[in-house]
Design a protein around this ligand. Structure first.
Ligand SMILES: [Zn+2]
Length: 571
């Protein structure tokens, strides 16, 4: 024991004398000549940043960071470009997104030949025996228009079962290998609510409509570990190219969050986890974290767990968001509560158990009544276990009842919102819910006025992962159809400063990490993004075209547009 203590003291002395000899720390990396927007209220702007290891050690003028420069220091000359804290996407489906990047895209195919060629290319990239999925085909864009068949794609997919969805989700094409695995033959009857499309001889053509799709879906094996890793690697690379340095991975019912955590852990160990991840498994699985004694934001700066994700209702697009009043275009429909809310006592029990264990609760709620019910449940939890710092979240929080903004603020619930959806749904939302309810839809300004914490994200792969599209959407509220150039409910627009803050500090707060990241401040993790244009001075319409020049995570460059260009030019 004595020997060990003296060894430690000796080691400390060596470190201390080294530091004395050097007299000051020297940076591993300095970024000079930047237009730094720090998102740090104490020092909003700067010119240069110094990094040692994975932390920021100085923020100031070029002259300030010169003092920590040594011959070994790497220097990035930002050339006057805008440097921001890295974007933190507070709500993603990272594996689904990665799978989508890796799957065959068929929506813009304009002929049978093009359709078959793309499927064949995908087959060449896919290991033998593995399922090929994806698609979003739309035969109405082909000339001539004709429904695709198994016979068209069989010759190019001899080694793989294939199942490709039509863009509307109502039908899908299986190749012969997939039909065989599903046991679909001329003798198979149409299932209730579905159609097996057949040729003149009664043989299945491969096209399966509605409930008939389930015959194939149920034989597709769950994602393998290798497929999961591959999807994550694609998603990590893509996130780096977009300046996304942190993501908050939300359970999406079909996925296995614990298998995801295992895969992230493997990538962390191999040094491949270039985006920081906070994982929220299903609230119904909360007991697994409770048993382990894991509390909110448990883990390392790269990989954390300790939040749980629940579902209150559906979505506006599918008419399942749950409202107090019926849909304007469907007078008998109020939307639907999810199974997790039936009975309500089940959700309350899960929340109570999670909160007592110090876990964070994030609940998907879109319609005004669903949001209200979750606020009721959160109130019950606070009454039962007062005095804790808990940071409840509502994911989406799309359509607010006027009476609930104040409660939202009072309970300090974080509004984890996706601004891109405002300009997407804004095209048709009013037809479904009318003007009054639409005025409290994606009500980012009202949230801020009430003092609610906003966290920005995308819900990727439901919407694009690009954070600049989110900033653009929050600032312009210009709907995608071009019909509201001045903004859809323009009183809800945010400034660029507010949008950037929601996407950095706001999201960091939503995962209990505002002291570690979210701003360019000495002591924080060196997660930064260098942009092609100054968001604060360009016409807001141009924000959507801004490119990411460099992405830095923990002091390491994980994306460099120039090098990428050279790399692809050389190929
Ligand atoms: Zn989601």
């Amino acid at each position: 024991m004595t020997t060990r203590i003296s060894a430690i003291i000796f080691l400390n002395c060596v470190i201390a004398s080294n530091m004395l000899a050097q007299s000051k720390p020297t940076a591993d990396l300095i970024i000079i000549n930047a237009k730094v927007w720090t998102v740090d209220k104490a020092h909003a702007t700067a010119q240069a940043v110094a990094v040692l290891g994975d932390r920021i050690i100085a923020v100031g003028s070029n002259a300030d960071v010169e003092t920590v420069r040594s011959p070994a220091t790497k220097v990035i000359d930002a050339g006057g470009k805008l440097l921001l804290p890295g974007f933190n996407d507070a709500h993603v489906h990272f594996v689904g997104g990665g799978l989508q990047l890796d799957s065959v895209q068929l929506n813009d195919a304009t002929s049978t030949e093009e359709f078959v060629r793309r499927v064949g290319e995908q087959a060449k990239k896919t290991p033998k025996g593995e399922w090929i999925q994806g698609g979003d085909w739309d035969e109405t864009k082909w000339s001539p228009v004709q429904l695709p068949t198994a016979a068209m794609i069989d010759p190019v997919t001899l080694d793989n079962p294939v199942f490709l969805g039509r863009y509307d989700g109502h039908s899908a094409l299986a190749n012969t290998a997939a039909l065989r695995l599903a046991g679909i033959t001329a003798q198979t009857p149409d299932p209730p609510g579905g159609t097996i499309v057949r040729d003149a001889q009664g043989n299945p053509t491969g096209d399966l409509k509605d409930a008939a799709k389930n015959l194939v879906l149920k034989v597709i094996p769950p994602l393998s570990h290798d497929q999961r890793l591959r999807a994550m690697r694609r998603a990590l690379e893509y996130a780096a190219s977009l300046g996304v340095t942190s993501v908050q991975h939300m359970n999406d019912e079909e996925s296995d969050s614990f298998a995801d955590i295992r895969a992230y852990g493997e990538l962390l160990q191999s040094g491949e986890l270039t985006t920081r991840v906070y994982v929220a498994p299903a609230v119904s699985d909360g007991h697994k974290l409770v048993e382990t004694g894991i509390r909110h934001a448990f883990g390392s700066s790269s990989l954390r767990i300790g939040a749980l994700k629940g579902f209150a209702d559906g979505s506006l697009g599918s008419g399942t968001a749950y409202f107090f009043d019926p849909y304007s275009n469907d007078p008998n429909n109020f939307g639907l509560l999810r199974n997790q809310m039936q009975p309500l006592s089940q959700m309350r029990d899960w929340m109570m158990q999670a909160d007592a264990a110090g876990l964070q609760i994030c609940t998907h709620a879109i319609g005004d009544q669903a949001i209200s019910m979750i606020l009721d449940l959160y109130t019950d939890v606070v009454r039962a276990h007062h005095g804790m710092e808990r940071r409840f979240r509502i994911e989406h929080a799309q359509h607010m009842a006027a009476k609930d903004f104040a409660r939202f603020a009072q309970l300090d619930v974080i509004a984890s919102v996706q601004p891109y959806q405002a300009i997407d749904d804004g095209r048709w939302a009013e037809a479904r819910i009318g003007h009054d309810r639409a005025s409290r839809t994606y009500a980012f300004r009202t949230f801020l006025n009430y003092g609610v914490h906003l966290a920005f994200g995308t819900d990727w792969d439901v919407a694009p992962l690009n954070p600049l599209l989110g900033v653009y959407a929050a600032v312009t509220r210009a709907t995608l159809d071009g019909k509201n150039p001045g903004g859809w409910f323009p009183e809800q627009k945010l400034t660029v400063e507010e949008a950037v803050e929601a996407y950095t500090m706001g999201s960091a707060y939503a995962e209990f990490q505002e002291k570690e990241k979210g701003s360019i401040s000495p002591g924080k993790l060196a997660d930064m993004v260098l942009l092609s244009d100054d968001l604060f001075s360009i016409d807001p319409v141009k924000i959507r075209d801004v490119k990411v020049l460099r992405t830095i995570v923990g002091g390491k460059v994980v994306w460099d547009q120039d090098r990428k260009k050279q790399y692809s030019a050389g190929n």
